[in-house]
Design a protein around this ligand. Sequence first.
Ligand SMILES: [Zn+2]
Length: 237
Amino acid sequence: MDVSVKKMVVGGIEIKVLKKPIKNLHISVHPPDGWVRVSAPLYFGEKAIRLAVIKRLSWIKKHQERIRSQARQSQREMVSGESHFFLGKRYILQLKEKRGKQQGVKIRGERMYLNIRPGADRKRRLYVLNEWYRSKLKALLLEMVSKWERKMGVSVREFRIKRMKTRWGSCNPLARRIWLNLELVKKPPHLIEYVLVHEMVHFFEGRHNGNFKALMDKFLPNWRLYRDELNRSQITE
Ligand SMILES: [Zn+2]
């Protein structure tokens, strides 16, 4: 879901500029890598935006540093006792070393059991977890895609699950292809559905204009709430 209208580089920092019918300019810095979004009133030109960003450059850099250090700290060690999310719920990771082919994840109550071979390192554990996440997200999306294909009267030729740093999803309307961020598997299903519907609406309307919003209102009346909920949430890995 690329909400940016335009990218700019100011003081060596890349920013995404989003024009909105608002009164004041807002600057925000986002995890996981400290990317910067500027929401500017519609009448603001490039020069005015540049000036406003330059004025707050030291504030931006301070926040970027804070976010990046948080991201480093929250990097998972993949050991028992850690919190990991699945479909919006928090689980406690429990490592189980097993010989043979029984690698994977099982959910029991509030625990997430990660079955791995003895001696599997952090990278291998994360790989096993991510493969499980990917298969779960794929199964969920298969259901959601066919439900929304019926509701919207369009077909999705292909969807792919990818790891992306700054986007929840993207699409290629001509190829009828949708890419969704693997991170979505950590969010509640209604937010996954929101991102999917957003990308599918792009099959009808490429831009985030009034027509796009009218279609979102028609298909998913609460989409603004979901968008805000998703923007508030953090990317956790
Ligand atoms: Zn979009």
